[in-house]
Design a protein around this ligand. Structure first.
Ligand code: S3P
Length: 168
């Protein structure tokens, strides 16, 4: 991979990832989409049939499959949490960018979002807890972070390109 985006649900990974890929003329990979393709069912259905553990297994297989591809990869919000995944991400050698947002912005963005089983399962207080729990892993795995609360996806994309001095 050329660049990897990580961050909590609703941080804008997919939107920014697509924009970056377009601007840089690279291929775009969305780990959630790869999981859905591999499983032949939606994320919601995977959680229903095999639980979160089943989902994480497929997610890790798909992450490994991207190891030797080049392009921009948007991960899922939970991808950087398992230690094995952190090792896979490090091994890829691509810059890892954390898209960070406040809990308030995050909750506003993901409440009522379809297709995110954890949002339904956990509710606002559970999501708040998960958000806090994940911060250490997010910063450990990332090389650079951008606070997105007051930025549009285009501005976030431009900042990433500036940071890595890739101008197109
Ligand atoms: C998850 C985030 C989702 C998806 C799955 C689990 C998480 O991806 O991978 O529902 O554990 O935070 P997005 O961050 O793209 O919503």
């Amino acid at each position: 991979m050329d660049l990897i985006l990580v961050g909590f649900m609703g941080s804008g990974k997919s939107t920014v990832g697509k924009l970056l890929a377009q601007k840089l003329d690279k291929e775009y990979f969305d780990l959630d989409e790869l999981v859905v393709q591999r499983a032949g069912m939606s994320i919601q259905e995977i959680f229903e049939q095999s639980g979160e553990a089943g989902f994480r297994k497929i997610e890790q297989q798909c992450l490994r499959d991207t190891e030797h591809l080049s392009g921009i990869l948007s991960t899922g919000g939970g991808t950087p949490i398992p230690e094995n995944n952190q090792q896979i991400l490090n091994k890829m050698g691509a810059p890892v960018v954390l898209l960070a947002a406040s809990i308030e912005t995050t909750l506003a963005r993901i409440t009522d979002s379809d297709g995110r089983p954890l949002v339904e399962q956990l509710g606002p207080s559970g999501l708040n807890k998960l958000f806090k729990q994940r911060q250490i892993a997010y910063s450990q795995v990332s090389d650079f972070q951008i606070h997105t609360d007051r930025l549009s996806p285009v501005e976030v994309t431009e900042q990433i390109m500036e940071q890595f001095q890739v101008v197109k």
